[in-house]
Every structure is written in structure tokens, then in C-alpha cells.
Design a protein around this ligand. Structure first.
Ligand code: SF4
Ligand code: SF4
Length: 124
């Protein structure tokens, strides 16, 4: 696979409900995506608490509807922590705040209770 044949990971636009969570008074961060530097090692996939990472057609991909930037589980992005080429990076086209991300974690993990001091990179 040459660089020219690689494709960038496309992302669906934010849904209205997600946009409504954005607040001018809250710090926003950027959701995580995988760039074309991915070498398909697979190290990130089992680390994701939300099973948001999968093998795509050419490189691994993150489902933005499942990614919480690890909010609720870690105070860092687990995929970034293990990626040997550091290609799990903030997506400049997708900004999400902590309240949006913990709400998503609660929606995904309905059987889990998250205390008010849940782990979050926003609290570092
Ligand atoms: S940042 Fe966390 S939740 Fe998002 S894809 Fe990476 S490991 Fe999964
Ligand atoms: S750890 Fe990095 S290089 Fe390996 S599959 Fe995941 S994104 Fe690609």
C-alpha cells in the first residue's frame, strides 16, 4: 500500500443533539481519530473501553459515535498511549466537550455507574 492509495478516515457530521451539548462556557477538546500514518499493528483495538476501534479497509478506524476520548475510564486516550507511530490524534474537525463525552459513555455502558469524579483528560 503506497501513501497515495491510502484514504483518510471519513467522519459523519456531528448530530444535532451532540452539537447542542456544546457550551461556550465549557472547555472543548477534539475527538480522537486515526491518521493515515497507521501501520495496522492492531495494538489500539483491545485498549478501547468502548470498542470504538476496528480494522478498516486500509487502516484502523475509530467510530466517533463510540469514542469518548476515554472519558469515564482513563484520564488519557488509551489508543494514543499504545500507538507506536502516534497516529491516534485529536480530530480538528470534531470538537466535543466533557459533558458530551461522559453522556456518551453512560449511554454506551448502561450497566455501569460513573461517579462524579470519573476519570477524564479534562481534569488533568
Ligand atoms: S480515545 Fe479512548 S474511547 Fe476513543 S477510540 Fe481511543 S481508546 Fe477508544
Ligand atoms: S496502534 Fe496506531 S498504528 Fe497500530 S493499528 Fe492502532 S492506530 Fe494503527
Amino acid at each position: 500500500m503506497t501513501p497515495a492509495t491510502k484514504r483518510r478516515v471519513s467522519k459523519p457530521p456531528l448530530e444535532l443533539g451532540e452539537l447542542e451539548h456544546e457550551s461556550a462556557h465549557q472547555e472543548t477538546r477534539m475527538a480522537t481519530h486515526i491518521t493515515e500514518e497507521c501501520i495496522n499493528c492492531g495494538a489500539c483495538e483491545p485498549e478501547c473501553p468502548n470498542e470504538a476501534i476496528s480494522e478498516g479497509d486500509e487502516i484502523y478506524v475509530i467510530d466517533p459515535k463510540l469514542c469518548t476520548e476515554c472519558v469515564g475510564f482513563h484520564d488519557y486516550e488509551a489508543c494514543q498511549a499504545v500507538c507506536p507511530v502516534e497516529c491516534c490524534l485529536p480530530d480538528p474537525e470534531l470538537r466535543e466537550d466533557e459533558s458530551t463525552l461522559i453522556a456518551r459513555a453512560r449511554e454506551i455502558h448502561k450497566d455501569k455507574s460513573f461517579s462524579d469524579d470519573f476519570p477524564s483528560r479534562f481534569k488533568k
